[in-house]
Ligand binder design. Structure first.
Ligand SMILES: [Zn+2]
Length: 286
């Protein structure tokens, strides 16, 4: 059995602030340890039910060099490196392919525009106001579920802050297990469980997810094809730049869209355009 883990950081145990999220931040080194521990908890839980399982983890946050390889479980391999579209066209789902059976999303966060959402944004907070797939407002959970769904891979586990659970329930097929790492107060504060507790919760959730997969209870997220990914950016200038990217249609002053025959093609086209929309190449893409 092969399990693909897309790992973000904002939803990780104890993470509430930018200081923990970016290289140079005073608490970043501790944030990396917390992120790696949540992933190891998911792997350990899955191995209890599927001892032969192999894992590929995609480091899916900002610089994408956050996870501490030397502390990662030996059953996993790690996708490391910035998500430049020539490098990692599938961004947070780079490394996934048809050989995988099941996906886990760890450390995920709520979408841009979520009221009081903890560190909520979609893909690039400084650029994107709203993201829609076939007209439905979505966040990174549904985007990446649609990408792995291309290969009929269901999402079995999602972990993050409490407000992500209803978003995931509303936008991806039921059956997945949600592991709550913290109760959000606002954009940068939450009531956090310690790793000793979330480790158990994530581990148990991962074991349950593998059981549900083996019992045939999980369904891949497969938006209707051809699929349209639509992005509303904060400023007209961003849309001007993004609209020059191949495969992009300009809808209105601040909205661009990409329609494709597969979710991976739509995701790749839109990711390239969003990277193009940056004023200058940001540090996290270098
Ligand atoms: Zn992130």
């Amino acid at each position: 059995m092969k399990i693909f883990i897309s790992a973000d950081m904002e939803g990780v145990t104890g993470i509430v602030h930018r200081d923990q999220l970016m290289p140079g931040g005073s608490l970043y080194e501790r944030g990396r340890k917390l992120m790696t521990a949540d992933i190891n908890a998911a792997i350990t839980g899955a191995l209890r039910v599927a001892p032969e399982a192999e894992f590929v983890v995609c480091d899916g946050h900002a610089v994408m060099r956050n996870i501490i390889l030397e502390e990662l479980h030996e059953a996993a391999q790690l996708v490391v490196g910035p998500a430049h579209p020539d490098n990692k066209p599938l961004c947070q789902s780079q490394g996934c392919d048809e050989s995988f059976d099941l996906a886990f999303f760890t450390g995920y966060h709520s979408r841009a525009g979520t009221k009081n959402g903890l560190l909520s944004h979609t893909w690039v907070g400084s650029t994107i106001s709203n993201f829609r797939i076939n007209g439905d407002l979505v966040g990174e959970t549904a985007i990446n579920a649609a990408v792995v769904g291309h290969w009929d891979i269901p999402v079995g586990l999602v972990s993050g802050a409490h407000e992500l659970e209803p978003e995931a329930q509303a936008t991806i097929p039921e059956g997945f297990v949600f592991a709550r790492t913290k109760q959000t107060y606002g954009f940068s504060a939450a009531l956090c469980l310690p790793p000793a507790k979330t480790g158990k919760l994530i581990s148990e959730a991962a074991a349950e997810a593998v059981k549900r997969f083996k019992d045939g209870k999980l369904k891949a997220h497969k938006p209707k094809l051809p699929v349209t990914f639509e992005v509303e950016v904060h400023r007209r200038e961003m849309a001007d730049k993004a609209a020059q990217s191949p495969g992009i249609e300009r809808k209105d002053e601040r909205t661009i869209s990409a329609t494709a025959d597969t979710t991976i093609a739509a995701a790749e086209t839109m990711w390239r355009a969003v990277c193009r929309a940056q004023d200058q190449e940001p540090d996290w893409l270098k």
